[in-house]
Write a protein that binds this ligand. Sequence first.
Ligand code: SAM
Length: 243
Amino acid sequence: MSQLQRIAIAPSQLQQGQILLTKEQQHYLGRVLRLREGDRFIAMDGQGKWWLAQLIGEQAQVLEALLVETELPIAITLMVALPKGNGFDEVVRCCTELGVTCIAPVLSDRTLLHPSPQKLERWRRIAAEAAEQSERSFVPTILEPVAFNTAITANQTSHRYICEARGEFPHLKHCLQHKGQMTNDKEQETIVIAIGPEGGWTIQEIENAESAGFQPVSLGRRILRAVTAPVVALSLISAACEV
Ligand code: SAM
């Protein structure tokens, strides 16, 4: 089953056991993947559902729903101050592979990049591709960029961390030690983790985050690039939470 090609569809494309393929999807399945009449593929709606489907003419027939268990037992929101250049593309791609639930780009005092509206579309496309490639059943949500101070007050989750490259703060891995048991809980817990820009957070931003309930944490003794730090944080969280 895992060898079958996968395509992302919108939930509205599924109607009475048929998948109404768009022209682009027909082209992709027929011309790019070279699937023929009767060939099977996997359709995923990006919201947790996968189906085994069969190409019939220009449409597809659903054969069965598939059970996919590739998601982490907790929800992770990654708050990232936008790095310069195309660095955020890599953050979106890698963190989607690692299991992030939501990515919230933030504009901090030292953020250099102020993205165009097209960037958001691009990041959402990258997230969809990475989710497909890593066989996730959910495509992470990419929020519109907002000011850091707005983002920290909007989110009231109990487990909130802000990564600070310098200073004597507890290592994130020690803060996550109890998370391994969370899988038995009925309600899914959420972790929010904030990563700063190339120039780091300002003292005021750290203070504001602490007042909003964020705990400052370290990712180790080396200074990581703004693009590396989210990957390290996500790796530590998934290692602590996945059984
Ligand atoms: N220019 C800053 C400095 O010299 O202190 C470093 C900023 S670092 C390139 C970008 C962001 O990655 C930081 O704001 C922090 O959120 C995160 N980061 C990098 N290394 C880290 C570490 N060892 N522990 C915690 N966070 C780290």
